[in-house]
Design a protein around this ligand. Structure first.
Ligand code: AMP
Length: 288
């Protein structure tokens, strides 16, 4: 499963992504986390990104696209991934489409966590207070000024992705204002519905049948197939005799399995052909 969680800072993407990771055995690819790790490690990318991030602006597209292109090829991402914080611009989304296309991969869903902007400042301030209470360092961009900039960047550069994915027919919306567990349930329902509609049989999928989701889909499908079969033929529980056509019902011919019935028709027409040729032979003889 490959999906994107879309939403402004403070929408709860990280929390929902973590829950999906546990549920579906896939990896969370958060470009924010990757960039913060690069900053902490002092890599060239980190050095380039540090001040931009602290100001609440977006890191250049080419930098982020290169990080993601490399990351999705790692073995742990083979089973699927959740992109959290990427793409953030239309050029990034186009680059993602290209890289997935080249690798013959596709996105299963893009889920927007829709929230009212008014609550975001409150949420981020709460997050800062909780982080401090745990004695952990606060993110350099978790302050009211940077948050305002991040929201401006979201409105100007990321919000257009809603229409981008809407046009592709991929966008699903979950109410990000609901309680965390409710959002999780809504996301779960969206995924179940999306995967059930779009996923071909596990055998024909690359790496098919390995994920937890694929297995549960398979179970649900086979259960509903059995149910449907039973509903179609109330005689499904009839005796073995009747099924093979050797019982009373079988003699009547109406309950014969298809293959037995076909053989019977074939045998009857052979016998008829033989009888016709005998009659023809007799006529020839009597003419002589
Ligand atoms: P986040 O943790 O997703 O809120 O990201 C923190 C910061 O990292 C952002 O404010 C940006 O400066 C930078 N960043 C993360 N993801 C991206 C991205 N896809 N494109 C550009 N900058 C990004």
């Amino acid at each position: 499963m490959r999906l994107i969680l879309l939403g402004p800072p403070g929408a709860g993407k990280g929390t929902q992504a973590q829950r999906l990771v546990e549920k579906y055995n896939i990896v969370q690819l958060s470009t924010g986390d990757m960039l913060r790790a690069a900053v902490a490690a002092g890599t060239p990318v980190g050095v380039r990104a540090r001040d931009i991030m602290a100001r609440g602006e977006l890191v250049p597209d080419d930098v982020v696209v290169a990080i993601v292109a490399d990351r999705i090829m790692q073995p742990d991402a083979r089973n699927g991934f959740i992109l959290d914080g990427f793409p953030r611009t239309v050029p990034q989304a186009e680059a993602l489409d290209r890289m997935l296309h080249e690798k013959k991969l596709d996105l299963d869903a893009v889920i927007e966590l829709r929230v009212d902007e008014g609550i975001l400042l409150d949420r981020v301030q709460r997050r800062i207070a909780e982080t401090l209470a745990r004695g952990e360092p606060v993110r350099a961009d978790d302050n009211p000024e940077s948050l305002k900039k991040r929201l401006d960047a979201y409105r100007a550069q990321t919000a257009p992705l809603v229409h981008f994915y809407e046009r592709q027919g991929r966008l699903k919306v979950a109410d990000g204002m609901a309680a965390i567990d409710e959002v999780t349930s809504a996301v779960g329902r969206i995924l179940a519905d999306t995967m059930f509609r779009s996923v071909p049989p596990a055998k024909s999928r690359p790496g098919g049948g390995t994920s937890t989701l694929a297995k549960s889909e398979k179970k649900t499908r086979s259960a509903s197939r059995t149910k449907a079969k039973k509903a179609r033929s109330p005689g499904a529980t009839r005796s073995k005799k009747a099924k093979t056509g050797s019982g009373a019902a079988g003699k009547a011919g109406s309950r014969r399995p298809k293959s037995t019935a076909k053989r019977a028709v074939k045998g009857a027409s052979k016998r008829a052909a033989k009888a016709r040729s005998v009659v023809r032979g007799k006529r020839r003889k009597s003419r002589k």
